[in-house]
Design a protein around this ligand. Structure first.
Ligand code: MN
Length: 477
């Protein structure tokens, strides 16, 4: 039997507005609990919500970036349910008439393989408070700072067919909203949260299978594993003649499996009705057009341009464009007139691993783009070798001075003086008469042996290309 998995993802991103969706309270992350709350957030009687225009702009920006329809009229509704993290007893959200409909996001599974994932809808809603569980006292506290923080809920069609595709979609979405500057999209801080609806069916079956919802995965890796696990679990049930129960399941990170959280007979009845305290949200063409002019270069556009303008391969361009600051850094280095490929290599390997191991963002890199450019130029001009450049790189990182000073102070300049090199080479050839003879008799591989000896002797300061040429010449005579 050939099974097909159908996965739909619902992602909630917190929008990076200064104040909340319906009140002027700060949205700063990490503040002391219950210090960023107002009467509106806490649902005091008689208070009225006022819609945050900035949140609307951000949502529209997102809609435009995924080629979606922007609704000229959208409506807020009350979603009623009782839970301690919801002071009003309902969440203001959009249900029947969402702000954004029918867009798409293209994901790359490899250089040659990409897919368009349909975004059915995206709508604005308010966040709930955060329950904080203290295991040792067996108590739960509630931090209302998060109440009313603007969320954009982004819902795909069940277009994704594997955990790998789901992960690719999530990464693409995360990169996009960061480019747009509308969200930090940080999973650990809860500004990027994902629920997955998963079902399986036989390949030729028309209707979708019964789905389960997996909640509470707080890293891409866990989501990927949870989806993988859930697909296998459902197939196993169906192949043994059982039926999948529609329910919400939690991913258990420690035992790497999902387990039932709550049973869903039918979709919950939230008794949605129009929010009487807010007028329908009406947008003008001018408003939307204005936002369209503010759209930055999008990740997929940058991916293409980096390949075209700098002749980079897909792999390099993909890594560089996956973070806006990295892409900017790259272009700054290239602007110092060094080879794009060399710049890409150094940023992707040396710099990235140094930043990663020191837990530093590229924006805070101790080595500026200008300094890296100067360093790479020294390689290109054969003032230092690539190997020595790594030494200079380390010194730059430790703020030991600028490139020229480090090279001068440490005496790292390559010995380009061919007279000096010739003397060293002649001495080494004399030290190994046997090897020299074998080389002359046709054992070409011995050239590397001699190059190695010369590099040792010069402590890496000789220019390998020059050493090669000189050696060939001298060994023949
Ligand atoms: Mn929601």
């Amino acid at each position: 039997m050939v099974w097909e998995a159908n996965i739909g993802l619902e992602v909630h991103i917190q929008l990076k507005t200064k104040s909340k969706l319906f009140s002027g309270t700060s949205t700063n992350y990490g503040a002391f609990p219950n210090t960023q709350i107002s009467k509106i957030d806490l649902a005091y009687p008689g208070v009225l919500p006022v819609l945050n225009a900035e949140a609307v702009k951000m949502a529209v920006k997102f809609g435009l970036s995924i080629n979606a329809e922007i609704s000229k009229t959208s409506v807020f509704e009350r979603k009623n349910y009782f839970y301690p993290d919801l002071p009003k007893g309902y969440q203001i959200t959009q249900n029947e008439a969402p702000l954004i409909k029918n867009g798409f996001i293209t994901i790359h599974l490899s250089e040659k393989e990409s897919r368009k994932i349909t975004i059915k809808r995206a709508h604005l809603e308010e966040d709930a408070a955060k329950s904080v569980h203290k295991n040792f006292t067996k108590q739960t506290g509630i931090d209302f700072n998060r109440v009313g923080v603007p969320l954009l809920e982004i819902v795909t069609a069940p277009d994704l067919h594997s955990a790998k595709e789901a992960a690719a979609y999530l990464r693409t979405l995360q990169i996009l909203v960061r480019y747009l500057g509308i969200s930090n999209a940080n999973m650990q801080e809860g500004s990027f949260r994902c629920d997955a609806n998963i079902s399986v069916r036989l390949k030729d079956q028309k209707t979708l299978g019964v789905r389960t919802e997996v909640k509470n995965s707080n890293s891409f890796r866990f989501i990927e594993r949870a989806i993988d696990y859930e697909i296998k679990r459902q197939i196993k049930i169906l192949e043994s003649g059982g039926r999948v129960i529609q329910e919400t399941r939690l991913y258990d990170e420690i035992n790497t499996k999902t387990r039932a959280m709550r049973f869903k007979e039918e979709a919950e009845d939230y008794r949605y009705f129009y929010e009487p305290d807010l007028l329908p949200l009406k947008l003008t063409d001018e408003f939307i057009k204005q936002i369209a002019t503010e759209l930055p270069e999008l990740p997929h556009e940058k991916l293409q341009r980096l390949q075209q303008d700098y002749a980079l391969n897909f792999y390099d361009a993909n890594i560089l464009s996956s973070d806006l600051n990295t892409a900017n850094y790259f272009e700054e280095v290239v602007n110092t007139k060094v080879s794009p490929k060399l710049a890409a290599n150094w940023i992707i390997s040396e710099l990235a691993s140094k930043l990663h191991s020191n837990n530093v963002e590229i924006k805070q890199s101790p080595i500026t783009s200008k300094q890296l450019g100067e360093l790479l130029k020294c390689i290109e001009e054969q003032i230092i070798s690539g190997k020595i450049a790594k030494e200079v790189f380390a010194a730059l990182w430790n703020k030991e001075g600028n490139v020229d000073d480090i090279i001068a102070n440490k005496g790292l300049r390559q010995i380009i003086d061919s007279e000096v090199l010739e003397k060293i080479i002649t001495a080494i050839i004399a030290d190994y008469p046997g090897h020299s003879l074998e080389y002359r008799n046709g054992k070409n591989s011995l050239l590397d042996f001699f190059v190695g000896k010369v590099m040792d002797k010069t402590r890496g300061k000789a220019n390998p290309w020059q050493v090669n040429n000189l050696l060939k010449e001298k060994l023949k005579s």
